[in-house]
Write a protein of this length. Structure first.
Length: 299
């Protein structure tokens, strides 16, 4: 199947992609620091897939300490064309019950940025870029992933606004009610700055959230319980892996171009003659299309 190479970021509850043909685990270095761990690359139904566990093997990284820049960078270095994130989320809506999946289409960022691994941009130190982010999720990939989840037997809600909080603590009851008033549908801790960085790396990004709980807005006696979350995550993990198999089978035979593939063409504001060589060299994967135009290091 020509052109597709799906990068999968597995969140809480999905620490491995399941059986991949010709699977290889590879440690990939990034100029942006240490990624969460090695990548696993292989094929499903003839389609190339590359997987990284967001929180590392054994879930050793909190959301604030995931190096999101390095994770996106190594996926780009591996040749990924599109990124599918699969994450555990809490529900802020009655109809989005635990056990169901949500194909998110909008994001609200409440992370603090620059804390631990939460650097929000690849750009800014020698080369400045401002990518558009009005619609942070790729509709093509999101629709394909939602349909694949349905075929895998999941109850899927197509569309939903995800509020990304810093964590690692869950939200207070007052915050949970506030996010509902804002129009948020689900809550999590990792979609930002992940989606921002995927856009800067010219990678179409989709997010399928696995609902584990109702957060804490429903009843004064209810609170988020990790044991309950882990139980629901375990029940959903097989469906998430089946989603990947169904996605591989449903991808069009040829990957047509996405507008996101060339978003940097109009996003970089620094004139080329002013580009920092050091910054350019770090962007050799993120801005791969433009590497031939980067200034060369002087002897």
């Amino acid at each position: 199947m020509s052109g597709w190479h799906i990068g999968v970021i597995g969140g809480s509850g999905l620490y491995d992609p399941g059986a991949l043909d010709d699977a290889q685990e590879i440690a990939v270095e990034s100029p942006f620091g240490q990624p969460s761990g090695p990548i696993t690359t292989g094929t499903l139904g003839g389609v190339k897939f590359t997987f990284i566990a967001r929180h590392g093997a054994g879930h050793v990284l909190s959301p604030s300490h995931v190096n999101f820049r390095a994770n996106i960078d190594v996926l780009k270095r591996a040749g990924v064309t599109d990124v599918l994130a699969i994450s555990a989320i809490g529900s802020l809506r009655e109809e989005m019950a635990p056990g169901s999946f949500v194909a998110v289409d909008q994001l609200i960022d409440r992370t603090v940025g620059g804390s631990g691994g939460r650097e929000r941009s690849f750009f800014g130190d020698g080369i400045v870029a401002h990518v558009p982010l009005a619609d942070p999720v790729c509709p093509r990939l999101s629709d394909l992933a939602a349909a694949a989840a349905e075929k895998a037997g999941a109850t899927v809600h197509r569309g939903g606004t995800y509020v990304a909080i810093e964590g690692p603590q869950f939200s207070t009851r007052a915050e949970s009610h506030l996010y509902r008033q804002w129009g948020a549908d689900v809550i999590g801790m990792t979609a930002m700055p992940e989606a921002r960085l995927a856009r800067e790396a010219e990678l179409p990004y989709a997010l399928v959230g696995m609902v584990t709980d109702y957060d804490c807005w429903r009843d004064a006696a209810e609170d988020v319980d990790v044991a309950d979350i882990v139980r629901v995550m375990g029940e959903n993990a097989d469906k998430a892996r089946a989603l990947l198999t169904e996605l591989a089978a449903a991808l069009p035979p040829e990957r047509t171009a996405s507008p996101i593939d060339t978003v940097l063409d109009t996003a970089i504001i620094t004139p080329r003659e002013k580009w920092s060589t050091e910054a350019a060299l770090k962007l050799d994967a993120v801005a791969r299309r433009l590497v031939d135009f980067f200034p060369k290091a002087k002897d």
